[in-house]
Design a binder for this molecule. Sequence first.
Ligand SMILES: Nc1ncnc2c1ncn2[C@@H]1O[C@H](COP(=O)(O)OP(=O)(O)OP(=O)(O)O)[C@@H](O)[C@H]1O
Length: 258
Amino acid sequence: MLHTPPADTKDVAIATSALKKQYKNGQVPVLKGVDLTIRHGERVALIGSNGSGKSTLLKCLIGLHAVNEGSVQTLGETFGSIPTAAQRAQLRKQTGFVFQKHCLVKRHSVLSNVVHGMLGLPGSWRAFTQATAPSSWRAKAMSALDDVNLADKARSRADALSGGQQQRVAIARAIVRGPRLIIADEPAASLDPVAGTEVMRLFSELAQVHGITLLFTSHDMEHAAAYSDRTVALKDGQILFDKASCEVCDQDLRDTFQ
Ligand SMILES: Nc1ncnc2c1ncn2[C@@H]1O[C@H](COP(=O)(O)OP(=O)(O)OP(=O)(O)O)[C@@H](O)[C@H]1O
């Protein structure tokens, strides 16, 4: 069952049409015609077996990978193969990324790591550390740290924090510029159950409070059910189902992972 696309395109955060992707060294296409529409403010979980193409799809949506056929529209930027440099800059400005490996600069302070979220903005060399950043950026970074309940750790070295805390810093770094979209690839995968649940809860709440569109991948079906409005399942390079997360049943999951 596929989700009905919104009638009004201004409601659309992400839309793909017959998206196909095959890696140059790949034997078969990874994505074989994906039609996906996500409205602004939706929280969407992308699920599927290992190798089903979830990360590839995320990268195509933000222009990190070239698309072979079909088109992508992300935050109003429409592109075929890859976005232009100007489109990429627009996407970068409005999108926050969080990955399984949070990639913090270990020897920098927590606050500096959040200020790094400003990189890519005009004058962004000043985001190299919190010391060179304008006070308004430091204030935004402190506010983002407050959002993830880590304001008291601002001066700590990043590597002095636990894995779960470091992932919360990565979330603060992703939201510091006030993105319209957050793309998160298995954000809780390397965390213990308690820290993972806390990270997902924060993500979902922040997205809801700030009206951010959230698209995340997960192998944890409890996370997908609890922290998204919609679940999209990928199988064999196509969407197997796309439905309200509260309607996903055991049979859907068996069909996805068998
Ligand atoms: N840069 C690349 N070059 C060539 N093949 C790739 C590349 N990235 C991914 N692939 C292949 O594309 C397929 C889909 O990979 P992808 O990482 O998108 O899947 P996934 O659903 O995110 O998997 P997982 O759940 O294991 O993270 C796999 O067969 C993978 O080997």
